[in-house]
Design a protein around this ligand. Structure first.
Ligand SMILES: CC(C)(COP(=O)(O)OP(=O)(O)OC[C@H]1O[C@@H](n2cnc3c(N)ncnc32)[C@H](O)[C@@H]1OP(=O)(O)O)[C@@H](O)C(=O)NCCC(=O)NCCS
Length: 169
């Protein structure tokens, strides 16, 4: 079987358009993310530039020059919450199930830990088996559920809250 080649790298400003396109494609599936389309290119450039400037964990998966996935763990800004990072991850549809998500998560968690993040949290739709399995396998634990938290395309969806603690308990 032909092996799928991809690399995982810290994001650079030049990846911002590709990051936005990948995010937009996943968002437009209207299933997995909290948004149904990506914001503007200016937003993506600003987000990436801020993350680079602050040394925040943000990685992209690349096939050649094409961005096929991303993962970021961004610390919360408010005093008292800066030990916590919010996690976002996505892989474009044609690349799922090939180890890209696992590789992105490992890099991003590793960098967040190096940066002193002690809690990584996320929200995931209860029907998103692939993501929940990925998180569970990497030590994330379910902390609660928001019932019927989303109503989209005539369907209600529960949201699971999950988190990984690093040395706080
Ligand atoms: C969730 C997501 C990032 C996983 O990335 P991926 O590249 O497909 O996952 P990988 O191939 O690296 O698989 C890693 C683990 O995820 C789990 N997994 C992946 N696909 C799965 C599936 N279809 N069913 C069940 N578990 C699955 C497995 O535990 C797998 O580990 P294994 O290879 O040891 O069995 C990807 O499916 C995705 O982008 N989904 C849409 C966006 C999204 O849901 N983002 C998260 C929002 S909270």
């Amino acid at each position: 079987m032909e092996k799928s080649i991809f690399t995982v790298k810290p994001i650079h400003l030049e990846h911002a358009p590709g990051f936005r396109e990948a995010l937009d494609a996943v968002a437009r599936e209207r299933i997995h993310l909290g948004q149904t389309e990506a914001r503007s290119l200016e937003w993506a450039q600003d987000f990436v530039a801020t993350n680079i400037k602050n040394n925040h964990a943000q990685f992209v998966a690349l096939n050649g020059n094409e961005v096929i996935g991303w993962c970021d763990i961004i610390p919360f800004a408010r005093l008292g919450f800066r030990h916590t990072g919010g996690l976002g991850i996505g892989v474009v549809k044609s690349w799922r199930g090939k180890g890209v998500g696992k590789a992105l998560l490992a890099e991003a968690v590793g960098k967040a830990v190096k940066n002193g993040i002690a809690r990584i949290e996320l929200e995931v739709y209860a029907s998103n088996t692939a993501a929940i399995e990925l998180y569970r396998k990497n030590g994330f634990v379910e902390e609660g559920i928001k019932r019927s938290a989303r109503f989209l395309d005539e369907k209600y969806e529960d949201i699971l809250m999950m988190a990984l603690l690093i040395g706080t308990h």
